[in-house]
Design a protein around this ligand. Structure first.
Ligand code: BEZ
Length: 401
């Protein structure tokens, strides 16, 4: 349904209700009065549905919709209508796509995205338009750093946050030197910064940095260089389809048994079926794991598996929690999306009962959360322990923090 249809439906409902009230006053009409329904709330889902990150966008969408369905299709008394846009993980189209969904389709709430480069464009449009925005994955630091804003929240992580604890984990395993490898774009670079800070603080030495353009997966030459460099370990950031190929190629190059591979958990989340034996035993850090004993995690996993015949991953959790955050805000404002101050205050105060464990929201609007150490066993990223308790992003440059 387009915008015009929504508003003309609303006008005719209101006209109908007023007319019925008038006739009832004259005693002519005895039928029950028609109760006007509030207009539907337009939620824009701007996510990747094609390319390397397609599976991530789908998992976020599935779980967002699952939560809304569990609430009878409504939040804050408002029925939800979706406007869906495939951003293709294409940074060059980020601003135009965000403008399309916000200013042309006139969504009330903007949910997205996965890729940090695309997020940069979305943040620009969110700040200019003031639309309530919830980021269900992209760790783009500035969104809750220099460019933080009252109307922008994350249900996921900052790029710094999930990998900062990894250096300590690697040192505890005795790996004093490592090679870093990743895609050269905002997420890879910011994750490198978070890793380097944590690893060097405990005495680790990064002997070489290796970079590929996103979403390139030609790893062979770099794997040969890693074998020659003989570091104690390798640390990486890859996700989605690229992570599948990297882990398989690392194994096929004969490196798996020789130079231990580490990363934040995006390298093994939602990918294990495709990675098969190549991923077995890998240790990663992330804000979600398999085998958490939280009641919320158990009910979420059962409901997700029932609805989609799939096991949920970290991206699904973030989508589910984006919907929970919207519900908290909109319920406090009794469905009035224009009451943004009330919505923002309610989300800021909330403790979100997430499948990952309960989390609160920092002053910069990023989750304050435990980062887990996980190990791949079969098709699970099995919970091993807490790598860093209650970790908050430093929110450098955020005027609200
Ligand atoms: C990012 O671009 O921010 C990102 C993409 C996939 C997984 C994690 C982070």
């Amino acid at each position: 349904m387009n915008d015009n249809n929504v508003s003309s439906k609303r006008r005719s409902l209101l006209k109908g209700a007023a007319g019925a009230a008038g006739l009832a006053a004259t005693g002519i009409l005895h039928a029950p009065a028609v109760i006007a329904q509030p207009a539907r709330l337009k939620v824009g889902l701007m996510l990747p549905y094609t390319g390397t990150y397609a599976a991530l966008g789908n998992a976020i969408t599935n779980a967002f919709k699952l939560y809304i369905a569990e609430k009878g299709g409504k939040v804050g008394g408002r029925e939800i209508e979706y406007v869906v846009l495939d951003d293709e993980s294409e940074p060059a189209k980020g601003v135009d796509n965000a403008n399309r969904i916000v200013n042309r389709d006139k969504v009330d709430v903007l949910v997205g995205t996965v890729h940090s480069g695309v997020q940069a464009g979305m943040v620009k449009v969110s700040r200019e338009s003031g639309v309530l925005s919830i980021i269900p994955n992209a760790g783009f630091g500035a969104a809750t750093g220099q460019l933080c804003a009252p109307n922008i929240f994350r249900s996921s992580f900052s790029n710094w946050q999930t990998i900062h604890p990894l250096g300590k984990v690697m040192m505890e395993k005795g790996h004093k030197s490592c090679v870093w490898i990743s895609w050269k774009y905002a997420a890879g670079e910011e994750m490198f910064g978070g890793f380097k800070e944590g690893y060097e603080k405990v005495g680790g030495k990064i002997v070489k940095e290796m970079w590929l353009p996103f979403p390139n997966v030609e790893f062979q030459a770099l794997l040969t260089e890693i074998a020659a460099a003989k570091p104690d370990a390798v640390a990486c950031f890859f996700a989605g389809g690229g992570a599948v190929k990297f882990v398989k190629d690392y194994d096929a190059a004969g490196l798996k048994g020789k130079i231990p591979l580490y990363g934040n958990g995006f390298v093994t989340d939602g990918t294990l079926q495709a990675q098969g034996s190549s991923a077995q035993g890998l240790l990663t850090t992330l804000h979600y794991a398999d085998g958490l004993e939280f009641p919320k995690d158990k009910t979420f996993r059962l409901a997700y598996a029932k609805a989609y015949k799939l096991q949920p991953d970290v991206y699904a959790v973030q989508g589910y929690d984006a919907a929970q955050m919207l519900d908290v805000g909109l319920s406090a404002a009794k469905g009035d999306i224009k009451a943004q101050k009330q919505i923002v205050a309610a989300i800021e105060k909330a403790t979100i009962d997430s499948p990952r464990g309960r989390f609160t929201i920092s002053r910069a609007h990023n989750p304050v959360q435990d980062i887990y150490l996980r190990q791949v066993v079969g098709e699970s990223n099995k919970f091993v322990g807490i790598a860093w308790k209650n970790l908050s992003d430093p929110a450098r440059g955020c005027s609200m923090a």
